[in-house]
Design a binder for this molecule. Structure first.
Ligand SMILES: Cc1ncc(COP(=O)(O)O)c(C=O)c1O
Length: 358
């Protein structure tokens, strides 16, 4: 039998999460962000599942858009980093993509394209994240200089630095500064990612860009958040060996876990080469036979070892949930000193994605 390591993708949860987030903003439109292979879920899988509810998709780079086109996805695709070279303007036009342009060099490339073969563009404004975009003081001049490249489809875009943190006043100041400038330009705006859609109602503008929330990720630091999203990925594997360990014996590389009593250790067929984080500490939870078991020893490339001393009858072949409905991905991320976004996107190609419909 082949290795039982799989990422189960829950179609019903993806649909639920997108709909519940989009419903927060009934007077604006929302698109699913499917960059980085749809946060590790498989971009084609996710676009097929969401294409009847998300009238557009967003990706980071044009290659991601073309992969969707090759799979028959027809909705317009917003390319969040715009063009990386002049030929991408042509590719965007041919593939019905909208380029989010963040610097003059990109607009110059567009200017060189034949007038009737230019893709639609959105303009990115740096309102305080200081990553990409025209500055608040330059955007009016840029929009005037390149007016001939803009269209009735143009949208002015910005991105928040701290939208998941309800107590952080920076989001308000970023939004106020952006609004002042964007209002003068007179184009529709796109501001909210999924945390902002949940936490900052005023930022739900023409187009919301919904990423991690669609994938059941954490959208708010507030305990009171009443928008319920469900896990969309169950990462699971199986027990491939079980052994007894005497007190004082160590397990795994570096023997970082040492038995303090007679113990039972199960070896599970997943490791950091599959995307299970090597930084997960001893004690990171997993689920086996309906009970929580705990990581015992360092994560290896292809295997982990878990302490199942307290669980009866653990045997080769038992299913182990690494994260999903029973062990939250946020909990595992905390044990690895990272965030759910990173865990999802790092699941490697070695792990088959299996789409489950209810
Ligand atoms: C420009 C932009 N918009 C939207 C998103 C989606 O954000 P989130 O996954 O937090 O909803 C991202 C994600 O990194 C982004 O870079």
């Amino acid at each position: 039998m082949s290795r039982q390591t799989q990422a189960i993708i829950h179609a019903d949860a993806l649909l639920h999460n997108f709909k519940v987030l989009a419903a927060l903003a009934p007077s604006s439109q929302s698109m699913a962000v499917v960059k980085a292979d749809a946060y590790g879920h498989g971009a084609v899988n996710v676009a097929r599942i969401l294409q009847h509810v998300s009238s557009r998709f967003a990706v980071a780079i044009i290659e991601e858009a073309i992969a969707l086109r090759d799979a028959g996805i027809t909705a317009p695709i917003v390319v969040l980093e715009g063009a990386h070279q002049i030929k991408e303007c042509k590719m965007a036009f041919q593939n019905n993509c909208i380029l989010v342009m963040h610097c003059e060099e990109q607009l110059e490339w567009l200017d060189k394209c034949p007038k009737d073969k230019r893709p639609h563009v959105w303009l990115k404004v740096d309102s305080g994240m200081h990553r990409l975009g025209f500055s608040l003081s330059d955007i009016e001049t840029v929009a005037a200089k390149y007016r001939h490249l803009l269209s009735d489809q143009t949208v002015i875009v910005t991105h928040f630095a701290c939208a998941d943190d309800l107590d952080n006043s920076f989001t308000d100041s970023q939004f106020t500064a952006f609004k002042q400038v964007a209002d003068k330009l007179g184009f529709p705006t796109s501001v909210a990612n999924s945390p902002a859609t949940v936490n900052w109602p005023e930022s739900r503008n023409a187009w919301n860009r919904l990423g991690v929330g669609v994938y059941g990720g954490a959208v708010s630091t507030s305990q009171k958040c009443d928008t319920e999203v469900y896990p969309t990925m169950t990462l699971r594997s199986s027990v491939i060996a079980v052994r007894d360990i005497a007190p004082g014996e160590g397990v795994g590389y570096g023997q970082t876990w040492v038995a303090d009593k007679p113990s039972k250790i199960a070896t599970v067929g997943i490791g950091y080469a599959d995307g299970y984080p090597r930084h997960c500490k001893n004690g990171t939870p997993v689920m086996v036979r309906g009970k929580r078991a705990f990581l015992a020893g360092r994560v290896s490339m292809d295997m982990i070892t878990i302490d199942v001393t307290h669980i009866d009858n653990v045997a080769v072949g038992d299913v182990v949930e690494l994260w999903g409905q029973n062990v939250s991905i946020q909990e595992v991320a905390t044990c690895a000193d990272t965030i759910d976004y990173e865990l999802m996107t790092r699941i490697s190609q070695r792990v088959p994605r299996i789409v489950k419909y209810l």
